[in-house]
Design a protein around this ligand. Structure first.
Ligand SMILES: [Zn+2]
Ligand SMILES: [Zn+2]
Length: 241
């Protein structure tokens, strides 16, 4: 009875539509928030993973455990992990979550990240706290919420880790990375993060959460600020790469 009532309310609060292709989803939205077609089209990120950026290694990178692009430019984080590749339905959903104000997508999306951490035994038990990659104040006003923070809160809850909010911030406004060429992205975000309370991260092993890892420049710079402030290990966890 209560189950039915909660299910009914969920239907009212959350649109029963697939956020990727907008067709009606049959069944409980939370269990199947994507339609069957989009679920089958999502591209999982599969091992072997690059021991730096977390992308699937091709044959050429396999011997060194590090992909060619990470061999060229070393990242400041220790390792990054993503359950999906950034294309198809997952790209659509992330777009809806990030730019169309659909904060309720944070729960099912973070669940997929949590499942990935459990499936690949990523060592959440070794981590102390969770930190979200922050937005600049101007961008936060524009979007009204930080999508990475929403993901971080769910991930923190799942692994019983403290979420450190207001610890890391943007020290200056940067251009949107998606509008820049890959080679311009590092310069755009370089030295753009600031740790407000170094004592909160000093000696800690941190899970740094963001929605997408593309060139890795943003996560790498955020990790650098955390490490400069004394963080021990920084693992990056994103939805897609
Ligand atoms: Zn769909
Ligand atoms: Zn790599």
């Amino acid at each position: 009875m209560l189950e039915g009532l909660v299910g009914g309310l969920t239907d009212i609060i959350y649109p029963n539509k697939c956020p990727a292709c907008k067709t009606k989803v049959v069944g409980r939205w939370h269990d199947h928030f994507l339609c069957g077609h989009c679920r089958s089209k999502i591209k999982k990120n599969l091992p072997p993973f690059c021991h730096s950026c977390g992308r699937r290694l091709s044959k050429s990178g396999f011997a060194k455990n590090i992909c060619p692009s990470c061999q060229k430019a070393r990242m400041h984080f220790d390792r990054a992990f993503s359950p999906f590749t950034y294309e198809g339905p997952i790209k659509e959903v992330i777009h809806e979550f990030k730019y169309r104000g659909k904060d309720y997508l944070g729960k099912p999306l973070s669940r997929m990240m949590i499942d990935f951490v459990r499936e690949y035994n990523i060592g959440a038990h070794l981590m102390d706290s969770v930190v979200a990659v922050p937005l600049s104040k101007a961008r936060l006003r524009e979007r009204e919420f930080n999508q990475a923070h929403i993901l971080a809160v769910h991930i923190g809850q799942a692994f019983n880790k403290e979420v450190l909010s207001d610890v890391l911030c943007r020290s200056r406004h940067t251009l949107t990375q998606t509008e820049l060429k890959p080679e311009e992205r590092l310069a755009n975000v370089k030295d753009s993060f600031l740790v407000i309370s170094p004592a909160a991260v000093n000696g800690k092993n941190l899970i740094l959460v963001d929605d997408v890892l593309t060139t890795g420049a943003t996560s790498s710079e955020a990790a650098r600020a955390l490490k400069d402030a004394g963080a021990n290990i920084v693992f990056v966890l994103t939805l897609a790469n």
